[in-house]
Design a binder for this molecule. Structure first.
Ligand SMILES: *[C@@H]1O[C@H](CO)[C@@H](O)[C@H](O)[C@H]1NC(C)=O
Ligand SMILES: *[C@@H]1O[C@H](CO)[C@@H](O)[C@H](O)[C@H]1NC(C)=O
Length: 281
């Protein structure tokens, strides 16, 4: 239950459980500090064996600002709301070795902001996100974000304006972990405007086009849309330079495949925009 506490300009090493444990209270401000279980400059041969958690926050209204976590199984574990993480650099233990950069736990509202941070070979895992904002961050070495379903809720999620870089092995920037059940309550999820190099982009907003002659055009959005079989909103335009001016209509959106049909065969370009996340009226 500590209150209005500063941990500033510290170098913490050799913890085996938690580097910093914040339990209860509010407004612990951790800033300008370096934390690691083992003193290493990175690429440590013992990385697979890193254990412990650098920062464990069980409470509300705390801030971690300009902090580097260089070794630990998990960089930061959070259960609580209204915490903010800014300028955090995690290279504690690679995801490939079983590490996690930042883990946001249920139960309760997430209400967490992660901004301006650097996830370096280790990612973010969020259980049932409800009000989560991740932006302006850099993900290197196939680092990614996993949304893990516990009760199947994802409501109020912004993952926008980040940069992702990987090794061209098809790792998706945002993934669903539905091992405990699928997401079934999905509202206001906006994953968009991330740029991607050597990974697979995933989003809740997408555009596509298809060209051909005929009476049916299908754009398959499965490669990019995060949630399976969920299209809440479609806009399309059908462009044809042929002499015939056809009637056309949206016929089907099931399985994240948008089908547009015309009443006669025409040469056409069809442009489609879809959205999985718009707030329902
Ligand atoms: C990791 O831990 C295992 C099991 O304790 C041990 O055998 C191995 O030598 C350790 N590896 C390194 C690189 O420290
Ligand atoms: C929409 O497409 C799906 C999958 O191809 C199909 O099973 C379903 O019958 C179609 N629905 C309509 C209304 O045509």
């Amino acid at each position: 239950n500590s209150l209005r506490t500063s941990i500033d300009n510290c170098y913490l090493a050799h913890f085996t459980t938690n580097g910093i444990l914040v339990r209860g209270g509010h407004e612990t401000y951790i800033r300008n500090s370096f934390l690691g279980q083992h003193i290493t400059a990175g690429g440590d041969p013992g990385e697979r064996n890193f254990s412990g958690t650098a920062i464990n926050i069980i409470g509300n209204d705390n801030a971690v600002t300009d902090v580097v976590i260089f070794s630990a199984a998990t960089g930061i574990v959070v259960s609580g709301q209204a915490n903010i993480f800014s300028g955090v650099h995690c290279y504690n233990k690679a995801t490939g070795f079983g590490g996690t950069g930042i883990y946001l736990k249920m139960p309760g509202l997430t209400q967490t902001r992660i901004v301006n941070s650097y996830l370096d070979y280790t990612g973010i895992v969020v259980e049932d996100p409800v009000q989560l904002h991740i932006s302006n961050s850099f993900f290197l070495g196939d680092a990614n974000i996993v949304l893990k379903s516990i009760k199947g809720v994802a409501n109020g999620v912004n993952i926008v304006d980040n940069m992702f870089s990987g090794h061209d092995t098809g790792v998706e920037i945002v993934q669903l972990d539905e091992s405990k059940g699928s997401f079934k309550d999905i509202q206001q999820v906006v994953i968009d405007r991330n740029n991607v190099n050597g990974m697979n982009n995933k989003a809740t907003v997408a555009r596509g086009s298809v060209k051909g002659t005929g009476n049916s055009w299908t754009v398959d959005f499965n490669k990019v849309l995060l949630f399976p079989n969920l299209i809440r909103h479609v806009q399309y335009s059908l462009s044809t330079a042929g002499s015939h001016f056809p009637n056309h209509a949206l016929r089907n959106v099931s399985g994240n495949r948008v089908e547009i049909q015309t009443d006669t065969d025409v040469p056409a370009d069809v442009f489609v925009m879809v959205d999985q996340g718009v707030a329902s009226l």
